[in-house]
Design a protein around this ligand. Sequence first.
Ligand code: IMP
Ligand code: MG
Length: 176
Amino acid sequence: MAKSRVKKVLLSEARIKRRINEMAGEISKDYAGRDLMVVCVLKGSIIFLADLVRRLKVNFTLDFIAVSSYRDAGTTGSIKLVMDLRDDPAGKNILLVEDIVDSGYTLSYLLNNLKDRCPLSIRTCVLLDKYEARKTPVQADYTGFRIKNEFVVGYGLDHNEAYRGLPYIGILTAKK
Ligand code: IMP
Ligand code: MG
């Protein structure tokens, strides 16, 4: 296993759990009597998704979507669909579940992509919002925590595929 470079716990396991309980309560209230199609953005959102949906009190189906972005190449706005949904979102109430909103390009891309496919409604649910990092205006309907512009890992979030299994969210140190 890679040597841990986590310098600080930003959000503890208990705090994340409490907040997800609140979010699930709010979503369940808002969608009472309606069915949901929950769409998970792979891979970072899976842990959040698993904890969130187990607390929902509405009927839901699950589907998955994956995108890639080319931020390292400097073309920050370039997002590509790498894995599509299996179910048709037309006529469904979509809840898009994402781990983190940073520049906003990913969430904007996915919202536009799904809106084009005629859902009955669409809302977004994100665990973390790096509100100071936005490069395109997009705001989630349900937000777990607003955080500073620092690179975070754990609870599904990775750095080069590492750290996803941490039960908390931590801040990475700069590389030595
Ligand atoms: P955006 O398109 O810039 O909003 O980036 C969103 C995506 O970048 C997220 O779905 C994450 O996969 C990744 N990302 C952004 N910030 C972080 C971070 O601090 N830790 C881990 N992944 C991040
Ligand atoms: Mg992601």
